[in-house]
Write a protein that binds this ligand. Structure first.
Ligand SMILES: [Zn+2]
Length: 140
């Protein structure tokens, strides 16, 4: 079934390879947060950069969304309160170096499951002694 779309861009699902639909995010959230590219086959989706039709990264299914949440849970405290406080780019530059990735490819939004897991592992290991860098689920 072909749907009308306002996007000139063709974005294909990262999981099944089908062409995605360009729809309002309210189909997912019940409230509009802008447009998304959605694969109904996998229920995978990705948002767009503000005022553009450019996807924010790869499409994420439920599994990847959970891993990205987990990665943000350990990464965000680094630049919100921790050793990179107020310097999100510096935190990403540090992570890029540790992961051996180019800095422009080092964004949790672009990560796949394996990269999320690797990032979490690195952050947990490297920030063990930090007061705020510690993994949030660590009870100590
Ligand atoms: Zn798909």
């Amino acid at each position: 079934m072909k749907r009308r779309t306002n996007s000139l861009r063709k974005v294909y699902c990262d999981y099944c390879g089908r062409e995605t639909e360009y729809v309002d995010s309210k189909v997912i959230y019940g409230k509009s947060y802008g447009k998304i590219y959605l694969c109904r086959n996998c229920m995978a989706y990705v948002g767009v950069h503000k005022a553009t039709d450019k996807p924010l990264g790869r499409l994420a299914n439920a599994e990847l969304r959970n891993w990205k949440k987990a990665a943000h849970a350990v990464f965000d405290p680094l630049w919100k309160y921790g050793r990179f406080r107020g310097h999100r780019n510096a935190a990403y530059a540090w992570l890029a170096q540790k992961m051996g990735l180019p800095v422009e490819k080092t964004h949790i939004g672009m990560f796949d499951v394996g990269q999320c897991r690797k990032a979490i592992e690195i952050i947990e290991k490297e920030t063990k002694g930090d007061r705020y860098g510690r993994y949030q689920k660590d009870p100590r």
